[in-house]
Design a protein. Structure first.
Length: 502
């Protein structure tokens, strides 16, 4: 039995979640739902990174204790599961989950036992926004290329991880595709990072600089484990790595796929640091690293630390879960950036969900109610000769959809996958206009009318099934609208996807 472990990154909780993170959650959810629907075992894992120094600074600014602050803020992230209709199996919180600290300590000890951790004096330029050191060459005019802030000069004695020892092995795993990085541009970027030379990196900081927040280095209480080591560890700790439990075996060691979803800004950590740490600890490496781009809102970068905010809660409250998920899946190009505007979301939802899908199902059920007393199915759609010739384009869309969806999701191309579902609706709407069932009814052509209505009901049922991983809520409504009751009658037509306004 194929089993897949699908993870999102765990965000810092220093500010409210934004639409860019909702994108990652929804993509992971689609993969999880789709793989479950084809009979795979799936575990969909998400969580929050509570141990960042950014959280400490945000708590100080808010004048509350760090634990109080992260508890309240993390709830805003884990709470997204409901408005976004996420089928998440587990949420880990790094500051309070008892599995986490013990697991991070085990990961540390495993690498230490391999001789891959050592102490040395270090001076470097640290961006708290990124939670990473930069070399002078990596800065843009002395400033963080991501945040535009001047990094802090940090001089202290830290623990280092022997990344350099694993450069060749990580490179070979990526080059061979054993670690598949998509899209290819990101794979090349990871290879270029390695080819540029990998230096050992600092994996702890003084407890003082960490304001006493975080996981102490085992056996060295004056040092706190680097937040990225701590955060990356969540992918294992959530599987009871500390206790070497059954979950670890099932979802990591012997899983068919270990799929990490992440944004392009954290590629280095997932594609280079994380596989090296895993190799050192004697664990399997990820099979898939799936990288998405950034969202902008009206051309401004959406980020927690500033600029536009596109709040997923507010968007779902205003436009509904289906419309928000549909925009994220239909308009964000594979692995690339996209610009969000509420106007685009509304237009896309009205054009395709309301006018396209919703209207189609409503029309078909209304016709069946009017001409056949709501009785369906009317004729076996598979009966030879029962399908009027002009249904060829619709039949082609129906037949090709499962394969197109499977292939697109294997490529992590959510736009292409949803396009295959949309094509069924588009062709079915065209078919209604072409076959003109109302004329067949008027002409008393009962057999042809039955055949046409049967083709259409079958298409609507297929849409309900194929749409399920993408829009689980709308798909459930469509399926229930198109499923006859015990008496063989369809439910009375009700609006499924009403028009929304900006
Ligand atoms: Zn930065």
């Amino acid at each position: 039995m194929t089993s897949s472990y699908i993870t999102t990154t765990i965000p810092y909780v220093n500010a409210r979640p934004h639409l860019g993170f909702a994108l990652e959650l929804v993509q992971a959810d689609v993969l999880a739902r789709y793989r479950r629907s084809i009979g795979e075992h799936v575990r969909f894992q998400a969580g929050t990174d509570d141990n960042s120094l950014k959280n400490v600074l945000a708590a100080e600014a808010a004048g509350v204790s760090v634990q109080e602050f992260v508890d309240a803020s993390a709830a805003a992230f884990t709470g997204l599961a409901r408005p976004l209709s996420l089928s998440v199996d587990d949420l880990i919180r790094t500051s309070s989950d008892p599995r986490h600290r013990a697991g991070v300590e085990r990961l540390w000890r495993a690498c230490a036992a391999r001789g891959d951790l050592y102490r040395r004096h270090y001076e470097g330029l640290y961006c708290v926004g990124c939670e990473q050191f930069y070399t002078a060459a990596e800065l843009a005019g002395g400033r963080c290329p991501d945040h535009g802030t001047v990094p802090d000069l940090v001089c202290e004695e830290n623990w280092f991880f022997r990344l350099s020892r694993y450069a060749g092995q990580v490179r070979a795993l990526i080059a061979s595709g054993a670690i598949r990085i998509e899209p290819a541009q990101r794979r090349n970027e990871a290879l270029a990072l390695i080819d540029g030379g990998l230096e050992d990196f600092s994996v702890s900081r003084s407890t003082e600089r960490a304001r006493g927040w975080g996981i102490p280095v085992p056996g060295d209480p004056d040092q706190v484990i680097y937040v990225w080591w701590d955060a990356l560890g969540n992918y294992l700790t959530a599987l009871d790595y500390a206790g070497d439990g059954e979950n670890l075996r099932r979802w990591w060691t012997s899983a068919s796929r270990r799929i990490h979803l992440l944004g392009k800004g954290v590629l280095r950590f997932h594609a280079v640091y994380w596989p090296a740490i895993l190799l050192s600890a004697g664990q399997a490496v990820p099979t898939d690293i799936v990288v998405h781009g950034y969202l902008t809102e009206d051309g401004r970068k959406i980020s927690k630390s500033g600029g536009a905010t596109a709040d997923p809660y507010a968007l779902v409250a205003a436009y509904g879960t289906d419309a928000v998920r549909w925009w994220l899946l239909r308009e964000v190009p594979r692995g690339a950036d996209a610009d969000f505007t509420a106007d685009r979301l509304v237009r896309r939802a009205n054009d395709e969900l309301s006018n396209g899908l919703g209207n189609l199902v409503n029309r078909v059920v209304t016709l069946i109610c009017r001409y056949r007393g709501g009785r369906g199915p009317l004729a076996p759609a598979s009966a030879p000769g029962a399908v009027p010739l002009q249904a060829a384009a619709l039949q082609a869309a129906l037949t090709s959809a499962p394969g197109l969806i499977a292939g697109s999701l294997e490529d992590f191309d959510f736009r292409r996958a949803t396009e295959a579902v949309w094509r069924i609706a588009d062709e079915a709407n065209r078919y209604v206009n072409h076959a003109r069932p109302w004329d067949l009814a008027k002409a008393g052509d009962g057999a042809q009318l039955d055949a046409v209505l049967s083709v259409l009901l079958n298409a609507c049922q297929a849409i309900g099934a194929q749409l399920a991983p993408f829009l689980p809520d709308a798909a459930a409504r469509i399926t229930s609208q198109c499923t006859p009751d015990e008496a063989g009658l369809l439910p009375r037509p009700a609006p499924l996807l009403p028009r929304i306004t900006c």
